[in-house]
Design a protein around this ligand. Sequence first.
Ligand SMILES: Nc1nc2c(ncn2[C@@H]2O[C@H](COP(=O)(O)OP(=O)(O)OP(=O)(O)O)[C@@H](O)[C@H]2O)c(=O)[nH]1
Length: 234
Amino acid sequence: MSETIVYTHRKVDKHVAVVDMADWGMEDYKFLFKVVLIGNAGVGKTSLVKRFTQNIFPMGQQSTIGVDFMIKNLIIDGEKVKLQIWDTAGQERFRSITQSYYRSANALILVYDISSQATFDCLPQWLSEIETYAGNNVLTYLVGNKCDKVTRREIPREKADDFANRHDMVFIETSAKECDNVDQLFSQIAQKLTKDANRSMFATELPSIFSSGSRPISAQPLIDSVKSRCCKTS
Ligand SMILES: Nc1nc2c(ncn2[C@@H]2O[C@H](COP(=O)(O)OP(=O)(O)OP(=O)(O)O)[C@@H](O)[C@H]2O)c(=O)[nH]1
């Protein structure tokens, strides 16, 4: 497992910019969110992460061994947010290692390959893994990757959309190769998590530890600590 910090700077839309580490101090951010990618081997998890974090699509990508992680900084509506992106191995033999990363995830990205029926057929198994190992309120996205393979499509978009709706997931199709919807995927997740974390803070009227110069917050422990305080005082 290795931590890689990558330097890129671009604007995704009027709300979100992916920014260079050099612009911030290491501890200078409001929220830290953990995002974990899961799904069968070869669906393109590593390629999605590399496209988002480094804006590259390396040919001949090696299979992931265990887990890998990357950090990316974003500015969401003026707030500094750090995404810790965990890329897990799809191969069955790593399953017991990768399962241990679900619990602390703020968001899960479940990936299949739109040109492979087999990867879509495995989704119920992945959902049962999520149910067993992830937290209750984890934000889950279903991602149909390789949407550039138009003539080899095996899963109609509507079928996947329907599956996602039935299982309370947000659905999006991407192409790591063609850079389709990849920034949108990660920035939508970061925006939703930021909104939810801000809402939780506001609802519980936390003291003003978030004013400038405050220490960074890892979103899940923050929300947990807010909940436990509420219980004590009520
Ligand atoms: N056409 C096309 N090929 C892709 C795309 N994304 C990934 N690939 C290819 O699919 C293969 C597998 O990609 P990976 O990113 O290694 O897949 P993975 O899900 O990380 O695989 P594991 O690490 O084994 O779990 C590679 O040959 C990639 O080049 C895509 O969007 N379009």
